[in-house]
Write a protein that binds this ligand. Structure first.
Ligand code: ADP
Length: 418
């Protein structure tokens, strides 16, 4: 049977999900972390199947291998030296075979790769050719930490699964529909023509997926809807989606712009950056590191980048409270801008780690937006679980909680290009 793999390759990690398509059924998922180290960690989760006992008995390195069961889900874990991405993928494919999840490598007929930067070259997902790969390499200027790793993942899979269709799915492509008046910064125009200095946005696959699901849940065509999608994870971005297209988004040239995030500043007056840099005698790299890794919730709270930690102590810790207030305030302001830009909104869609899991944060955001007629249903908001409408029946603007599923979107794109 035809199986498709959705892949997210980072510099030292590789996440994957294996799906049966077109049934859209997840067969296995996992991650290989610490690639390049002597103690790389391989984790594969999958449904109970035959073959498990023999695997338990064989265990290639009993000391570090473990198989555990949680309901019908089995988890394979191993710690071992893994030199590079190709070795990691080879090991993972071999394990999928040993665990009877696939019977041979060539059952995987398509591989979809998340690629962070697609620049202006890619406004949709594409089959990877030599010229596509070369462009992904060249776009490394826009995503120096991500594109090289994404390209490495693509090349390794191409070598190991030469017959599988290789597809690149870009984080930025959904936002290529933004009008120039929204994506262009009011800088001297030549920087746009010379260097592609503009807003590209990110999290596009997530915003695209939740918009699609929102239109299905609301029972209205995307072409008739004004949506604001709030992807609130460690990285956070907000998008105005009009007629199914990204009209504007909060991230910018890089993911550093927009709302405050776990460790990123979001929008800051650029002159302040130079002011601090000079006084603290920081190199460009050090300053960028502070803006990306030491700011946001972590920077303000001084205690944690994780919203859960801050919510726990906010009553007694002023810094934690301030960090949460700034986080919410920024989001509320962006939503207000997008309501203005679209001249209205039909639904707000919450997704990603904080958006999906934090009822109090959703509540605080929605409570501040009552001026345009969104009313929270507190009972629905406190339910755990899947997709759910969290606004009241008589709310003029709907609020939805939709868990994101970038892997499924990637697998669908592969199917479409087959
Ligand atoms: P990313 O993919 O950007 O790394 P996620 O979408 O996985 O991030 O979101 C991770 C974040 O979600 C964590 O840093 C944490 O702050 C937040 N989070 C997860 N669960 C909860 C929860 N129950 N309450 C508040 N925040 C949560």
């Amino acid at each position: 049977m035809a199986k498709t793999m959705a892949v997210n390759a980072g510099s030292s990690s590789l996440k994957f999900q294996l799906l049966e398509m077109p049934q859209e059924q997840v067969i296995a998922q996992g991650v290989i972390e610490r690639i390049g180290m002597n103690d790389a960690i391989v984790t594969i989760k999958y449904n109970a199947k035959s073959g498990i006992v023999s695997e338990l008995e064989q265990g290639d390195d009993k000391e570090h291998t473990s198989l555990s069961k949680n309901g019908s889900e089995l988890k394979y874990e191993n710690v071992l030296p893994i030199g590079d991405h190709e070795q990691a993928i080879n090991y993972m494919l071999q394990k999928l075979t040993d665990l009877n999840i696939i019977s041979e490598f060539k059952e995987i007929t398509g591989v979809g790769h998340r690629v962070v930067a697609g620049g202006e070259w890619f406004n949709h997902s594409v089959v990877v050719t030599d010229s596509v790969l070369e462009k992904i390499d060249r776009l490394a200027d826009y995503a120096p930490l991500h594109n090289p790793a994404n390209a490495m993942g693509i090349r390794a899979f191409q070598r190991l699964l030469p017959n599988a269709l290789s597809v690149a799915v870009f984080d930025t492509s959904f936002h290529q529909t933004m009008p120039k008046s929204n994506y262009l910064y009011p800088l001297p125009y030549q920087y746009y023509t010379r260097y592609g200095a503009r807003k590209y946005g990110a999290h596009g696959t997530s915003h695209r997926y939740v918009s699609l699901r929102a239109s299905e849940l609301l029972g209205k065509p995307l072409a008739s809807l004004k949506l604001i999608t709030l992807h609130l994870g460690a990285g956070a971005s907000i998008t105005a989606v009009q007629n199914g297209k990204s009209l504007d988004t909060s991230m910018g040239f890089s993911p550093l712009a927009g709302v405050a995030m776990a460790t990123r500043t979001g929008d800051v007056d650029p002159s302040l950056v130079y002011y601090i840099q000079e006084r603290e005698n920081l190199s460009n790299e050090e300053m960028l590191n502070i803006l990306n890794k030491k700011s946001g919730l972590l920077g303000v709270s001084t205690i944690s980048s994780d919203m859960r930690d801050l919510l726990e102590v906010e009553e007694t810790n002023d810094h934690a409270k301030l960090a949460i207030d700034i986080f919410i305030n920024r989001i509320v302001k962006y939503v207000g801008q997008y309501v203005a830009e679209m001249n209205g909104v039909d639904a707000l869609v919450f997704t990603a780690g904080i958006g999906e899991n934090s009822a109090p944060i959703r509540q605080r955001i929605i409570d501040k937006l009552s001026y345009f007629g969104v009313k929270l249903d507190p009972v629905a908001n406190n339910k755990r679980g899947d997709e759910i409408e969290i606004s009241t029946k008589d709310s003029n603007v709907k609020a939805l909680l939709i868990p994101t599923n970038e892997e499924l979107m990637i697998a669908r794109d592969v199917e479409e290009l087959k």
